[in-house]
Design a protein around this ligand. Sequence first.
Ligand code: SAM
Length: 262
Amino acid sequence: MNLYPAKSYLKYLLKARHYKGHGIHSPFMYELVSEVLWDKHPYYSFSEIEKYRKELLNSKKVIHVSDFGAGSHKLKNNIRKISDIYSSAAIKRKYGDFLFRLVLRFNSQTTVELGTSLGVSTMYLAYPGKQNRVFTIEGCPETADVARGAFKRQGLSNVNLLTGRFVDVLPVVLEDIEVVDLLFVDGHHEKDATLEYFRMCKEKAGNNSVFVFDDIHWSEGMEEAWEEIHNDRDVTVSADLYQLGLVFFCKECKKQHYVVRY
Ligand SMILES: C[S@@+](CC[C@H](N)C(=O)[O-])C[C@H]1O[C@@H](n2cnc3c(N)ncnc32)[C@H](O)[C@@H]1O
């Protein structure tokens, strides 16, 4: 059992502040907190994603899963129920809603996701608008097939799902992209791998890009990777929401790191 997150959560609680619209001097961060983090607008797409969540939760189907990256601490069998994969891997509503608002706020035209799984988080990235091209990469072919079917049924033609290892597929995806407006890294939670994906994508970061990393406190290695990422010389503003870490590259902003209670 991985006890690391429990210990790191206590440390986070000691440092985190609520920042509910006050106590922030940076206008950039003020907007992010008040308009994106705490916005409660119930978008119509959320109910479409909810339907998909229910479908996955009630699914009796099993698939053969190929394990990649750091694997799962909870699931060890290679034959798994879709409902179990959903319960252990899919993004929680609160963070999915947040990703959706982030795409809207930053008007992302090109989004890259590492770790599609069943496609739940991809939907939050793709629903805000067809002008946002979403490239999502998944290593496990059978898991990817489930997601692909769902994107088709929901008419999400702006999603381009690619199957293969991140290390092989990401360079190919990046070759054809001028700027990665939004990056969501949600797989292969190991220090060196995470830093490598960050370096590769940073080459394509623009002034308005936002990179989001999941599970930044999952292990000592992931915390070390997160420290390096938010201290990177090209990163200006960064925010630690415990589950997610966000970094921004806006050159006009002062370098500042926020630990936000969320
Ligand atoms: C936590 S799940 C993603 C969950 C998904 N983002 C969501 O919220 O619905 C991580 C996924 O990344 C895939 N993965 C992990 N490491 C990988 C790698 N090195 N190459 C390709 N896929 C990988 C796994 O197969 C798994 O499906």
